[in-house]
Design a protein around this ligand. Structure first.
Ligand SMILES: Cc1ncc(COP(=O)(O)O)c(C=O)c1O
Length: 391
């Protein structure tokens, strides 16, 4: 089947966080918030229409079909045998992260994360009254690397109760390798630190980079890990909220399930989300996902070639996953703060400023969402070029 990623809805009129912004120029291009401009895989509509036709939204159990699809998905894609008792779901990834911090950390505890980091992760740590310990990612030869020495030293110094990993990493676009992940797990395991893993960006990777879910790393990871996945980023179902949590260790799972009960997430499910997620987990959108990968890969190559062609004072980092381009603007002579304003005023492009969205380690960077139509991407790249030519 041919999927049309070149045709899009008018997101200026549908309340889109990215495009439908008050007081913006009419020709604004939205390249901020991490969602996709494309219509979803056809199977999602096919799954949702019968739910709407029934027009009855009573309390519903998650079906055996849903659980089987959940288990098969992990086995098929990641050779990971998740057991049914490990599984639960809540309405959002960040909600799951916040819940995990409430369970596995106490107010006043330290939580270590790789920075720069997506602001809502920072807010979740703050909301749990914990302190963020920053393990800053280091740019090395055009590639962001984990500073393992700093990571281990800070674990020994600050005794964090939780390591909150975002893999693939937002905003740097890194997909951590098996060797990196195992090293992180080993350090945490030997220092009694639990790992909460936000894997929301795991569905889209490029150039042979392989996303590995935390619990697929073996026994140690299963003993200390809380794995949080959502299909939302890959399949553009952000407004069908659903995050999937897997916890292998019963000692960690018992307090988690207690809170699932406390929040009533066990029975208050969203029948639209369950229908869409079941269809995706069963593989009905696999072909669409392959086509999406191809489209995004072309957009990414085009954006990298244009931004890094040697004539612009910008350096874009090659993303290994997701659809976000992290761009270093330190040499652009445009300052390092509120860079979104510069691009908005000069190019009518709304994108994410590094400092405002990813903390102090993001200062001097911008993040560009390239999950737009290729026509919009070409327009945006042309505007960026013109902006710097005119300076
Ligand atoms: C790292 C990360 N986690 C979580 C989310 C949001 O997920 P959810 O809408 O399921 O809370 C995002 C969205 O951009 C993200 O980048």
């Amino acid at each position: 089947m041919i999927y049309d990623f070149d045709t899009t809805l008018d997101h200026r009129k549908n309340g889109s966080f990215r495009w439908d912004l008050p007081g913006m120029p009419d020709d604004l291009i939205g390249m901020g918030t991490a969602d996709l401009d494309y219509t979803c895989a056809p199977c999602i509509r096919e799954a949702l229409v019968p739910v709407a036709q029934e027009n009855c939204y009573n309390y519903r159990q998650r079906s055996d079909e849903y659980y089987r699809a959940y288990e098969d998905f992990y086995r098929r894609k990641y050779s990971l045998d998740v057991k049914r008792e490990w599984l639960s779901s809540v309405p959002s990834t960040i909600g799951a992260v916040r819940m995990a911090l409430g369970i596995y950390a106490k107010p006043g505890d330290n939580v270590i994360v790789q920075t720069p980091v997506f602001n809502p992760i920072r807010w979740a740590i703050d909301g749990a009254d914990c302190n963020l310990i920053s393990n800053e990612m280091k740019p090395v030869n055009g590639h962001f690397e984990i500073d393992f020495d700093d990571f281990e030293a800070k674990i020994k110094k600050y005794h964090p109760s939780v390591y909150l990993i975002v893999n693939p990493h937002n905003p740097t676009g890194r997909v951590f390798t098996e060797a990196e992940l195992k090293r992180l797990v080993d350090i945490c395991y030997s220092n009694g630190v639990r790992i909460v893993s936000d894997e929301v960006h795991g569905l889209i990777t490029y150039d042979g980079n392989r996303f590995i879910p935390l619990l697929a790393l073996g026994d140690k990871a299963q003993e200390i890990g809380i794995q949080i996945m959502s299909l939302s980023k890959g399949y553009n179902i952000m407004s069908l909220p659903h995050a999937m949590i897997s916890i292998a260790n019963e000692e960690l799972r018992t307090p988690w399930m207690r809170q699932i009960q406390a929040y009533s997430f066990g029975y208050a499910t969203n029948s639209f989300a369950i229908a869409a997620v079941t269809s995706i987990l069963k593989g009905e959108a696999d072909e669409w996902m392959d086509a999406l990968h191809e489209y995004l890969r072309k957009n990414m190559e085009e954006a990298l070639a244009a931004i890094n062609d040697g004539t612009l004072p910008l350096t874009a980092y090659r993303p290994e996953g997701s659809f976000l381009l992290y761009v270093d603007c330190h040499n652009a002579g445009i300052g390092t703060k509120h860079l979104d304003r510069f691009f908005l005023e000069n190019a009518h492009i709304h994108l994410d400023d590094g400092l405002d969205n990813f903390g102090p380690e993001g200062e001097g960077y911008i993040r560009i969402n390239f999950a737009v139509t290729n026509k919009v991407l070409k327009d945006a790249l042309g505007r960026i070029r013109k902006t710097f030519q005119n300076r």
